[in-house]
Write a new protein. Sequence first.
Length: 332
Amino acid sequence: MPSGEANHWETALAIPDIEGFLRSLVERIPPGRVTTFRALAEALGDPGAARFVGQWLVRPENQSLPVHRVVHASGDVGRLAFGTWEEKAARLQAEGVRVVGHKVDPLPRYFFWDFPTQRPLEALRKEQERLATQVRLSPLPAWETVAGVDVAYRDGEAVAAYVLADRQGEPLDFVTAEVEVKFPYIPTYLSWREIPAYLAVLEKARQAGLEADVLLVDGNGILHPKRIGVASHLGVLIGRPTVGVAKRRLCGEVNTTGMVVGEWRPVVLEGETVGAALRTGRNQTIFISPGHLADLPSSLELVTQLVREHPLPEPLRWAHEVAGEAVQAKGT
């Protein structure tokens, strides 16, 4: 990666302030009206983000917001994030909202949905669709070195670890990098949370002369609803071969019943094989998918070659441990 390119690509990510957007939406709910978690998620641009909305609303730093005006889609008042449901119902009734039992009744009379919004998550999905057309699937080139990259988090910071390894998975050297976390955890949008940290650590590896032929990324490649998981997204940005290795299945269908260690089975999404489930331990299955400038057979061969006693391939195992240790060290 040429000097300064990390900053260039981080700028190109155009990371939106999702939490700031959500805060402004909640502040716009007028007294005497209520909205729902799903309505707020739709205003952000993706109804699938309703769980994130619910988790965000209960954070202590949001106590000053009118979170009592957010109810379930059924009209159920639900529990006040910082008190009981009775307290929440009382606050709504004091604003003129009729509550019968546990529910706002009738919900349509009080429902507020007229949010002025830029729908930032919808814009990110469009960017994913654009980037997905740039993913190139081809056999991995001949390689001598491979690096594992992983990220750990603590107190609003992301610590990325990069471990360079040889063909046997033996570590040769490593670097770490820390960046401020600017994007929350929302499934299928992991790139905007993790790639800034990956770019920072890749730049440090470049400066140290530790560039690898192939990158193993803790996350998905094309095993993603938009075919552009973090491994593919990163690969397209930097123009280098990447392979995604995830600990859990994000999407797609696969039957893992009766699998034995060393066995793999295809993961199919919308009729297309987008990854492989590989049993690497008695109770452990990992999910492999090509990121960029890789294909499934060569990605599977690479990962299988690098799995030893641990469920993860060795470079990723080391990256996971290095990132975790770096985070623990920050807390001491």
